[in-house]
Design a protein around this ligand. Structure first.
Ligand code: APR
Length: 313
């Protein structure tokens, strides 16, 4: 039997995401009987999920015991999942499910600490980013892993560069700008002082200092005045100029926040469409960039990105 993951397989499995997010669904029960060797008993829904993982080729045969340490590193550093590909996700599912045989309750813990959900969310992002790139030779969909969407804090990502939604002075502020300066430490502000600010739509680069990211690309998004003052074009330039700097510095992985959608008031869906189409256009003509991650702060931004990516791809 083929161990190929197809779009059909992926869709079947993604149907279970609601199971993991829905608080109403009881996935397991802890038996209180002290003499039992199997303290966790799984619900019918949970067993269906495991069966589907097997049927849809998410459980593969490989030396999962030797790989267990790698699997654990995804629990301690969940941000690693943002760049995990399909075959890594297959290995993760396999390792956690096999581990349950030796350590009853392991899967229950993976549900409680939301790790299983995070793996599914990565699958969802891969699906959203690549579902329509058809491989005509095999009649199967090929996953594009060049763009992904995640929910989280951009300051935690171990990428080559994170993009900052800055202000013209480049001297720090609130929102994502404040979070980046706090996490990078005072040396970031000291370097920013040397840059003479930045015009709206332009981008400048500094080191990342205490951040896990090596570089910070600072760009200044437009303030939203209703849409008639060139806001769309200026926001598009933020993405183009940030990516051009990344390409110039030969950076391979770049994470963007939703520029201008906070304090500057740009409507989220409109900003999302500009972000996704500018990034797609750029990646088409610049093969050196391997991965662009859209980082969403909160579920509604995340849902908006997934919807826009599906519509535009
Ligand atoms: N990680 C990822 N995204 C974040 C984070 C974070 N840690 N913090 C905030 N965001 C999101 C917001 O939810 C919003 O969707 O980043 C998006 C941009 O919001 P702002 O940071 O408010 O940026 P912007 O709208 O471009 O306004 C820029 O805000 O604080 C100032 O100095 C900054 O004056 C500038 C203005």
């Amino acid at each position: 039997m083929s161990t190929q993951i197809t779009i059909k397989n992926l869709e079947n499995i993604l149907g279970f995401v609601t199971l993991l997010t829905n608080q109403e669904v009881k996935l397991y029960d802890i038996q209180t009987e002290p003499l039992t060797f199997e303290p966790y008993c799984y619900s019918k829904e949970f067993n269906e999920l495991i069966t589907a993982l097997y049927q849809e080729n998410f459980i593969i045969s490989f030396d999962w015991l030797a790989w267990k340490q790698s699997a654990d590193s995804f629990i301690t550093n969940p941000e690693l999942l943002t760049v995990a590909d399909i075959s890594t996700l297959q290995k993760l599912f396999t390792t956690h499910i096999r581990q349950e045989r030796f350590c009853s309750g392991h899967l229950a813990r993976m549900i409680d600490n939301k790790h299983l959900l995070a793996i599914f969310q990565r699958l969802q992002a891969i699906y959203a980013a690549g579902m329509l790139e058809n491989n005509h030779n095999h009649g199967e969909a090929k996953m594009s892993q060049q763009t992904s969407v995640i929910q989280g804090d951009i300051t935690q990502l171990p990428v080559d560069a994170i993009v900052n939604a800055a202000k013209n002075s480049l001297l720090g502020g609130g929102g994502v700008d404040g979070a980046i300066h706090r996490a990078a430490g005072p040396e970031l502000l000291a370097e920013c002082r040397l840059l003479n600010g930045c015009a709206t739509g332009e981008a400048k680069i500094t080191k990342g200092y205490q951040l896990p990211a090596k570089w910070v690309i600072h760009t200044v998004g437009p303030v939203w005045y209703g849409g008639d003052r060139g806001e769309d074009e200026m926001l598009g330039r933020c993405y183009r100029n940030s990516l051009a700097l990344a390409a110039q510095y030969q950076l391979k992985t770049i994470a963007f926040p939703a520029i201008s959608t906070g304090v500057y008031g740009f409507p989220m869906e409109r900003a999302c469409k500009i972000a996704v189409s500018e990034v797609n256009k750029f990646l088409h003509s610049h093969k050196s960039i391997e991965q662009v991650i859209f980082v969403c702060f909160g579920q509604s931004a995340y849902d908006c990105y997934l919807k826009v990516i599906r519509e535009l791809t």
